[in-house]
Design a protein around this ligand. Structure first.
Ligand code: SF4
Ligand code: MG
Length: 298
C-alpha cells in the first residue's frame, strides 16, 4: 500500500523549481504536465526529498533536470522496472514513473504488462503525444494509421494500437486519461493516482505541435470531455462501463478518473515473506554487516 509521509509544513512551488530552463518546443504539452505534477506534489504536501521521480527517455524525460527532488533518468523503455525496483526497496517512498507512448508501447511494453498484472504500487504518467518526439517525429504504436511521419513519408501502414483497450485487457486497478491543456484536471488525477493503492495508469493526451498534426491542442480541446463533469454521477468502480467509455473515442474522448478498484491488494501486500515485517529492504541492508563478504575483495 502506498503510505505517504506527510510533512508538517507543506512545500511550495519554488521548492520544486530549479534554475535549468526547459527546452521543449513552443506550445508543447510538457509545460502543462510539468506544472501539474509540481502542483500535485505540493498539494499532497510532499517535500522534494519525500518522492522519487523516475524518467524514461523522450521529450518528457527532459523534465528530469527541470525540477528539484530525487530523480533518476533511466534507459529507454525501462522506466517501469526502475520505478518498481525502487518501490520494492523502499515501500514508504511514493514513486512516480514518467514515460512516453513510444517506449511504453514498444520497447517497454512488456514491463507495462507486468506492472499492471502485478499491481505494483507506483504511478505511471504516460505522455501520449502519439509519436517519438525526441528523435524528430517517427511513428509510435499509437500514431494514427495513414499519417505521414518522419521515416514514414507514405503514411503509416500499421494499425494503431488502442492504448486503453490494451490496458483494460490486463485488469488494471486505476486508469485515468488527461489532456495536457487542462492543468487543474491533471492535478486532481495525479493526486488520486499517487494515493492509489496499486498501479495507477495515467494516459495524458499531450499536444506536440512539432510532429503531431492530427491531435493538435485545438483538436484535443474540442474533443475531450471529463466524465467527472457530467450531469449523471460517473461510477469509477464500474469496470465494464469504464472500459467502454475509455475505448470509444469515435466522436468524443473521455477524460478524468475512468476506473478505480480500491480493494485489490498491491504487489508488496501479496508477498508472503514480507507479511508482518516492519522494516524496509533498504533499512535491512543498512543494518546488515557485510564485512565478512567484502573481505575477499579487499
Ligand atoms: Fe514537445 Fe513535441 Fe517538441 Fe517534443 S517534439 S518538445 S513533445 S512539441
Ligand atoms: Mg511520444
Amino acid at each position: 500500500m502506498k503510505k505517504i509521509p506527510l510533512s508538517a509544513s507543506g512545500p511550495v512551488m519554488k521548492d520544486y523549481t530549479c534554475s535549468v530552463t526547459p527546452t521543449w518546443c513552443e506550445g508543447c504539452g510538457n509545460y502543462g504536465i510539468w506544472t501539474a505534477l509540481k502542483t500535485a506534489l505540493v498539494e499532497l504536501k510532499l517535500q522534494p526529498h519525500q518522492v522519487l521521480l523516475c524518467y524514461d527517455v523522450g521529450c518528457h524525460g527532459n523534465m528530469s533536470d527541470k525540477m528539484l527532488g530525487y530523480r533518476i533518468h533511466g534507459l529507454h523503455g525501462r522506466v517501469i522496472p526502475l520505478a518498481a525496483g525502487a518501490k520494492l526497496a523502499n515501500p514508504r517512498l511514493p514513486v512516480i514513473a514518467v514515460g512516453g507512448d513510444g517506449a511504453s508501447f514498444s520497447e517497454g511494453v512488456g514491463h507495462l504488462v507486468h506492472a499492471i498484472r502485478s499491481n505494483y504500487p507506483i504511478t505511471l504518467l504516460m505522455h501520449n503525444n502519439a509519436n517519438y518526439g525526441l528523435t524528430t517525429g517517427q511513428a509510435s504504436a499509437l500514431t494514427k494509421k495513414g499519417e505521414r511521419m518522419n521515416s514514414s513519408p507514405n503514411g503509416i501502414p500499421e494499425e494503431t494500437l488502442n492504448s486503453m483497450d490494451f490496458v483494460f485487457s490486463l485488469k488494471p486497478t486505476f486508469v485515468a486519461r488527461a489532456f495536457s491543456g487542462n492543468v487543474p484536471q491533471m492535478v486532481q488525477i495525479m493526486k488520486a493516482a499517487i494515493l492509489h493503492r496499486g498501479f495507477a495508469y495515467v494516459d495524458i493526451l499531450q499536444a506536440c505541435p512539432s510532429y503531431n498534426h492530427f491531435a493538435t491542442q485545438e483538436w484535443l480541446e474540442e474533443h475531450c470531455y471529463s466524465v467527472q463533469d457530467g450531469k449523471k454521477k460517473y461510477d469509477t468502480s464500474d469496470f465494464d462501463l469504464a472500459r467502454k467509455t475509455a475505448v470509444d473515442t469515435g466522436k468524443k474522448i473521455a477524460t478524468g478518473i475512468l476506473y478505480q478498484g480500491k480493494d485489490v491488494p498491491d504487489f508488496i501486500e501479496r508477498l508472503q515473506p514480507r507479511k508482518n515485517v516492519k522494516t524496509t529492504p533498504v533499512e535491512e541492508v543498512a543494518i546488515t554487516d557485510i564485512s565478512r563478504w567484502m573481505e575477499r575483495f579487499i
